[in-house]
Ligand binder design. Structure first.
Ligand code: ADP
Ligand code: MG
Length: 570
């Protein structure tokens, strides 16, 4: 995992090296100060040469100024490095999520994902901000200060050192406890986000059922659990901080007492004593720093693990190695012995065989839950067939790139998803570089021109999140306009008008009929009246395509279709 983490430093190798070098210089300057002070006190003070002493003091100050400058550079560039790495990771995770398949989103909560891509990344960023170079400097000053302390008075240095193993054991102990706490905390935050996301997007249902109290209670549970976890984490952090504080202060007092004794016995000069006290402070401060790294580290590591997990989730559906980008298709479709199961081996579709000629409109009919939508979802490869194959113009769709395949297929569904934004943006989603002219043309074809003209801001009217400010019919028209712009040779209409009232349905049906002219079209509609004009009707059952023919043929044969038809019209 360490290697994977450091891979993110690669593009910033030089920044890292420069930062690192400055950090080393800053650390060396810090170590130089006590030594210089030692010389000033022992060599210069007894001479009483005030000019020289003044100059030396200026020199000492200069050391600090210089070290301050280097510290600035290190802090700034360290953070710059952190920000860059964080933003690379953010981009990488977003890019990856765009490619994940329907199956992934079927099985993962939106809130969890959002949490991973925001909170977790920030905590990983913390490591990158205060990461390896800080740790390195801390260790380096620790070792350097100890070496200098040894050279001044080895007995006292060793006595001071005795406390270190305790501090290290303490740190390891607490870091493990904290790692567990942070992993739990991440999980809680993710659950939390999922709950909020779900609640807010379903708030209209919540209020319609007057279930606010129920939601409030469920939220309170999450909230309390999160509070407890956080409390536990902070308790561990507080223990860690206070115990190491007491130990370190103990060391300082110990050094003070022993040092004084050595000075009185004249085995140490006063200058050496001063230098030793300063060095022992420098020696202990990295421990504080290492401690704070130990506090941020488990958090970042927990986040990084989850981040890696997300990145290592492969898309179920991806381009094959030799996939070709197909510029244009005629639109002949063929399903050959298609089998499909969502989870495990429970087959939903078996032996689906049918073909659709270019420009032909076929309708899929069957019981609700019978797999009509699923059949359509296999065509743009939202899911891949378990066995068999689907071809367009005789070419297996798995031999085309996903991008080019999906460019040739348009889907109009019952529940239209619109993006938060303007009417213009939503229509233009069908063709991102559409001109004003093209957008109006599409709007006219979808019969929504008048409606747009009546809106206060015309095309620039905001439609609210998921288009809440539009009626069902308006939303559907918008999605049809989007499809006119996309202009795909193959069209799927999945219960496109089922959610609408009769009158609106009739109007939209007209737009849909116009849309399907010249395109190979698969229609699913549960109101049979809307599909009676289809070139061919297929009745889908568990065993495959049970019967097919025109409306009249199927009625005449007296099979499933005629029974369904009777049920609706008697
Ligand atoms: P239809 O469109 O004919 O009403 P669907 O194709 O939507 O039927 O669904 C067929 C069956 O597959 C249903 O039993 C449904 O529960 C199941 N199903 C649909 N979508 C999924 C999914 N994403 N994951 C698992 N099962 C699903
Ligand atoms: Mg369906």
């Amino acid at each position: 995992m360490v290697r994977q983490f450091f891979a993110y430093y690669k593009p910033y190798k030089w920044l890292f090296i420069a930062d690192f070098s400055c950090a080393i210089i800053a650390a060396l300057l810090e170590l130089a100060f006590p030594l210089a002070l030692n010389r000033v006190i022992d060599d210069l003070l007894p001479t009483g040469n005030w000019r020289a002493i003044l100059l030396a003091c200026i020199g000492l100050f200069a050391i600090y100024v210089l070290s301050g400058i280097f510290h600035f550079v290190v802090t700034y560039h360290g953070h710059k490095l952190g920000i860059n790495i964080e933003s690379d990771m953010r981009k990488e995770s977003f890019d990856h999520v765009q490619k994940l398949s329907f199956r992934f989103f079927d099985n993962n909560k939106t809130g969890h994902l959002v949490s991973r891509m925001t909170n977790d990344l920030m905590d990983i960023g913390e490591i990158a901000h205060h990461g390896p170079e800080d740790l390195f400097i801390a260790v380096m000053t620790l070792v350097g200060a100890f070496g200098l302390m040894l050279s001044i008075n080895w007995q006292l240095a060793i006595l001071t050192f005795i406390v270190i193993p305790f501090l290290i054991c303490l740190s390891i102990y607490f870091s493990q406890k904290m790692s567990v706490a942070f992993t739990q905390m991440f999980k809680d935050i993710a659950d939390f986000n999922a709950r909020v996301e779900n609640n807010v997007s379903g708030i209209r249902v919540v209020q319609a059922f007057a279930n606010e109290d129920h939601e409030i209670n469920r939220y309170a549970e999450n909230n309390e659990r999160f509070r407890q976890t956080k409390l536990k984490t902070y308790r561990v952090m507080a223990w860690n901080a206070s115990i190491s504080h007491i130990l370190m202060k103990g060391v300082s007092i110990f050094v003070l007492a022993c040092g004084t004794w050595f000075v009185i016995n004249q085995s140490m000069t006063f200058g050496e004593f001063m230098a030793f006290v300063l060095l022992s402070n420098i020696f202990l401060s990295p421990i504080r720093q290492i401690n704070s790294v130990i506090e941020t580290y488990p958090k970042g590591v927990a986040g990084f693990k989850r981040y890696q997990e997300l990145l290592n989730t492969p898309p179920d559906v991806e381009d094959r190695d030799n996939a070709q980008a197909i510029d244009s298709v005629e639109g002949t479709i063929c399903y050959n012995d298609v089998h499909f199961a969502y989870e495990g081996n429970e087959a939903l579709l078996t032996d689906i065989n049918f073909s659709v000629a270019q420009g032909e409109t076929i309708a899929l009919v069957g019981p609700s839950g019978g797999g009509k939508t699923t059949i359509c979802n296999l065509l743009p490869r939202f899911y891949d067939v378990t066995a068999g194959s689907i071809t367009i113009d005789g070419m297996d769709i798995r031999d085309m790139t996903l991008q080019s395949l999906r460019q040739h297929i348009g889907i109009v569904q019952q529940d239209v998803f619109l993006f938060d934004g303007t009417i213009r943006e939503n229509i233009a989603y069908g063709k991102l570089d559409a001109t004003e002219e093209e957008i109006w043309h599409a709007a006219r074809q979808a019969q929504m021109e008048n409606f747009i003209l009546e809106m206060p801001d015309g095309l620039d009217t905001f439609i609210g999140e998921r288009g809440v400010k539009l009626s069902g019919g308006q939303k559907q028209r918008l999605s049809i306009a989007r499809m006119f712009l996309k202009n795909p040779p193959i069209l799927i209409l999945d219960e496109a008008t089922s959610a609408l009232d009769m009158e609106t349905e009739a109007a939209i049906q007209q737009a849909l009929t116009e849309l399907s002219v010249g395109r190979t079209t698969l229609v699913i509609a549960h109101r049979l009246a809307t599909i009676r004009n289809a070139d061919r009707i297929l009745v889908i059952s568990k065993e495959g395509v049970e019967e097919q023919g025109t409306h009249e043929q199927l009625l005449g044969s007296g099979g499933t279709y005629s029974r369904l038809h009777q049920a609706q019209y008697v």
